[in-house]
Design a protein around this ligand. Structure first.
Ligand SMILES: NC(=O)CC[C@H](N)C(=O)O
Length: 372
């Protein structure tokens, strides 16, 4: 498609600010909370990460689409972001193992995407003014109509979205003859978490968001896992109850991101909406148990309350985010539960934190030895 012939498109923020750009070719309107990801690679993994459900993504990488798409580089079936806002959109791509073009993939999923936006100005604006809802559209003439539509978009605070992306039916992942069995609660699980567990010798049964402890326990697992996912963790009362039960019974439990927040809530620690979340693949973390630094992949807009965590004598803070000192990891003292706010499975991102999967498998093995 010729650059000059593309339709004008706009981004209208909840505070009335407007940014203009050009449609990449799919006409329409999309709404959600606007957020930005600073990763320089991994757009396809980001677009398919269920944690982004309900969010309009601004990519700070100046080029999107240049390496095409690959059917294997997905974190779930289908695109999960609500819409894309970028600087330069590549209508041609070049990469030996790509299976196709990003625009064709967007067309297949009917994703509204806007390019030629001054993303540096937009990101600075939302960085300074905080997370907010927005609407993007190729119908640029009826601003009042768009404002009315935007006013009806629910706020991310208090929003339950896990049920929208969770599996409807339980399913299995990995080798059924594996030594270790894990029951995973899917509140928006990324595939690479399952790949990381399976790679370490686990056979996993994945359960829907509303499964009970009895459901998960019926698989006779050696360990339990609570996944990442979209939305506010607070309304996820079923998952919190499940976490509390697993912890109470002192069974091995690992939680990532939304799962980490659910575990904290189950122990009476509150969560809050951050001014702007952490979304990128170079976030520095300090592991307080080893003193070592890690560069990590992150994607979250909520966090757990630090003062309450420090004051809770059953919980130890194991990791902190070095940019803003928010809590990045916890463990329950004298129990086999730990969780992190970031993404050890990366995809995209660095692999510094993969040791957490080893730690989980070791915890499971030790508990198994004690039981047998
Ligand atoms: N990646 C995630 O699990 C995100 C958790 C939660 N939806 C948040 O924004 O904080």
């Amino acid at each position: 498609m010729k650059y000059q012939t593309r339709k004008k498109a706009l981004i209208l923020l909840a505070d009335g600010t407007i940014f203009y750009g050009k449609s990449v070719g799919i006409e329409g309107t999309a709404t959600g909370e606007i957020c930005f990801n600073t990763g320089m690679t991994g757009y396809q993994e980001i677009f398919t990460d269920p944690s982004y459900f309900g969010q309009l993504m601004v990519t700070t990488n100046a080029h999107i689409g240049n390496y095409g798409v690959n059917d294997l580089e997905v974190e779930s079936e289908g695109i999960k972001i609500a819409g894309l806002i970028c600087r330069n959109f590549s209508f041609v791509h070049s990469r030996v193992d790509s299976d196709g073009n990003l625009l064709d993939w967007f067309k297949k999923h009917n994703l509204v995407a806007i390019s030629d936006v001054d993303t540096r100005a937009l990101v600075s604006y939302i960085r300074d003014n905080g997370a907010m809802n927005a609407i993007i559209s190729t119908n640029i003439d009826d601003i009042q109509g768009l404002k009315n539509q935007l006013a009806n978009v629910p706020s991310m605070q208090g929003l339950e979205l896990a049920s929208k992306v969770s599996t409807k039916e339980p399913y299995y992942f990995g080798d059924e003859n594996a030594d270790i069995k894990i029951s995973a609660l899917d509140i928006g699980i990324k595939k690479n978490i399952l790949r990381n567990l399976a790679k370490r010798g686990a056979y996993i049964k994945v359960f829907p968001y509303n499964a009970t402890f009895q459901d998960l326990a019926s698989f006779n697992p050696d360990g339990y896992f609570i996944s990442n996912g979209p939305g506010d963790p607070e309304p996820l009362v079923n998952a919190q109850k499940l976490a509390a039960e697993i912890i109470e019974k002192d069974l091995p439990l690992f939680g990532i991101c939304l799962g980490h927040q659910v575990i904290a809530l189950s122990q009476g620690i509150s969560t809050y909406k951050m001014h702007n979340g952490h979304r990128g693949i170079n976030h520095p973390i300090k592991n307080l148990l080893t003193g070592k630094g890690e560069i990590t992949s992150q994607n979250h807009g909520f966090a757990i309350n630090k003062e309450e965590t420090e004051a809770n004598e059953n919980i130890e803070i194991t990791h902190v985010h070095l940019n803003d000192h928010t809590v990045a990891g916890i463990r329950i003292k004298n129990k086999n539960t730990f969780s992190v706010q970031y993404h050890p499975e990366a995809s995209p991102g660095p692999h510094d934190a993969e040791y957490l999967f080893d730690q989980f498998i070791d915890t499971i093995k030790k508990t198994k030895e004690l039981v047998s």
